[in-house]
Unconditional design. Structure first.
Length: 202
């Protein structure tokens, strides 16, 4: 059971499961669209970043070297060790975080979206669960996080579960759908194709 496992154990286990699924399924799971189908400003951004659309991989592993966490509005920031894995054949995101509250109490968290389910679970001293957020709002919030991460994981932009619509020359609306859940947001760029910001109500 999840409540009897440490965050690290669960993170490693779910990564192993996702990797095995992708390897069994092969490249048939990667349903990419051509770069030419993207809105002009989004395509310009991806090309500026050196992305061609010919890249082929099913996951990315990211370790954040300079992450910080604020426990609530108005509170100070504390250093945070964060590692995440994103999978592309289906929109999957797994992230684990750890720090110390007040510099003393070990705090670990796992933030994830898998197959229509979002979840944020927080534990102290590795084993004691103090928060376990889930439900429809969490499902949508976790899914829109994947959409936002298109900016540094551009292979998401070519997946069929994300659709794009130009709002004007420098603004693009992205919509992500998975397991009956839909979320959308706006991506803003400069005329030169540099990313400015992402906004969502989801």
């Amino acid at each position: 059971m999840f409540f009897n496992q440490s965050i690290v154990t669960r993170f490693d286990q779910e990564n192993t499961e996702e990797t095995a699924l992708c390897l069994r399924s092969g490249s048939n799971l990667i349903r990419k669209r051509p770069m030419a189908e993207l809105p002009d400003i989004l395509r310009k951004y991806l090309l500026n970043c050196g992305y061609t659309g010919d890249e082929a991989f099913f996951c990315a592993s990211i370790k954040w070297s300079d992450a910080n966490l604020s426990m609530s509005p108005g509170k100070g920031w504390v250093p945070l060790a964060c590692e995440q894995a994103n999978y592309f054949p289906e929109p999957v995101r797994l992230a684990k975080m750890n720090t110390r509250i007040a510099g003393l109490i070990p705090f670990t968290a796992m933030d994830k979206y898998r197959r229509g389910t979002g979840n944020l679970i927080i534990k102290i001293y590795k084993w004691f669960t103090v928060s376990n957020d889930k439900g429809k709002e969490m499902d949508q919030a976790e899914l829109v996080t994947i959409l936002a991460e298109t900016i540094f994981l551009p292979i998401y932009a070519l997946q069929r579960y994300i659709t794009w619509r130009s709002i004007d020359r420098i603004t693009v609306e992205g919509t992500i759908e998975d397991h009956g859940i839909k979320a959308k947001g706006l991506f803003y760029f400069t005329e030169e194709g540099r990313f400015l910001r992402f906004e969502t109500n989801d």
